[in-house]
Write a protein that binds this ligand. Structure first.
Ligand code: GDP
Length: 298
């Protein structure tokens, strides 16, 4: 099986200006820095993080007296690692019983798949999990979640066409009554147009709080790493509405836009609990700043 680092770097290498190619020349000059700037922008690092990285790399190059492009590459790896470091934080459960984790994300981001992966990850760690199907609008979402629940042999609270907040309330109450370690609440990613998504999500959060005053303990947003700067816009909007505690960044196995993590680190540093590197249940990895930086520049 291909290692996740390989999958990650083969995806990240798809940029038309492969970042590591920038360092194949003979000398460190303006041309190198221009190429580096384009490559970072193409990888969707965004204007701010690109500007920050360029300035930081130039400063470090000057301080180190580096003369060869390959040294600049190593300096960039160090600079990027440091920028991404604040995103490196593990998801900790066990402080509350149950730990209530609300999961949000726009349709197609990989939310349902990620919940399946997360369920497996938690179950593998020995935690008992209860799933709440709070996306009551989409029958397909409920069904898909039920399939994941089945595969992970965990219980699910689901109610056709029910009120999403009520389903969430019931699930948290059931999780407490049944002594579960974790309640994972799957929320809708899009609603019929007359309803407001953020309003519904805020309501779920409020009602969950009524079932358990300390909950939700985690509010995780799933974003598609392929959507580049759009992912950053989503992080901002969902954080404003829900105060996110963490992210899952999916599809990093097939994207050339992984630089968006640098933009998130620069502009909205919400911890990246996990990254998705494939469609299978085991394709979930904890985020490491250094490994990500190495893969981006491989
Ligand atoms: P949702 O609408 O947000 O619930 O998205 P789904 O979980 O249904 O995922 C949408 C599509 O993305 C599906 O085809 C998934 O198999 C795929 N997907 C999800 N996560 C990943 C990932 O990390 N890598 C890859 N390659 N595909 C993914």
């Amino acid at each position: 099986r291909q290692s996740w680092m390989d999958k990650l770097s083969s995806g990240l290498r798809k940029t038309s200006t492969n970042i590591s190619q920038v360092f194949t020349g003979a000398q460190i000059d303006d041309h190198l820095y221009e190429e580096l700037e384009s490559a970072l922008l193409l990888a969707d690092a965004g204007v701010k993080a690109t500007g920050f990285l360029l300035a930081d790399v130039k400063r470090r190059v000057a301080a180190s007296g580096a003369t060869r492009p390959v040294q600049v590459k190593n300096i960039l790896i160090a600079s990027l690692t440091e920028l991404l470091k604040p995103l490196e934080k593990p998801l900790v459960i066990g402080q509350y019983k149950p730990t209530v984790i609300m999961v949000a994300g726009v349709n197609g981001a990989g939310k349902t798949t990620s919940i399946g992966k997360l369920t497996k990850h938690l179950a593998d760690e020995g935690a008992s999990v209860l799933l709440a199907a709070a996306d009551t609008f989409r029958a397909a979402a409920r069904e898909q979640l039920a399939v994941w629940a089945d595969r992970n042999t965990v219980e699910i609270v689901s109610q056709e066409g029910g009120d999403p907040a009520a389903v969430s309330f019931d699930a948290v109450s059931a999780g407490r009554a049944r002594g579960k370690d974790v309640v994972l609440v799957d929320t809708a990613g899009r609603l019929p147009t007359q309803l407001h998504l953020m309003e519904e999500l805020r309501k779920i959060k409020r009602v969950v709080q009524k079932a358990d005053a300390s909950a939700p303990h985690e509010v995780i947003l799933v974003i598609d790493g392929n959507t580049g700067q759009n992912a950053l816009t989503q992080v901002r909007a969902f954080d404003d509405a829900l105060q996110l505690t963490g992210l899952i960044v999916t599809k990093l196995d097939g994207t050339a836009k992984g630089g968006v993590l640098a933009a998130i680190a620069q502009e909205k540093p919400v911890p990246v609990y996990f990254i998705g590197v494939g469609e299978k249940l085991e394709d979930l990895e904890t985020f490491s700043a250094r490994e990500f930086a190495l893969a981006l520049l491989a």
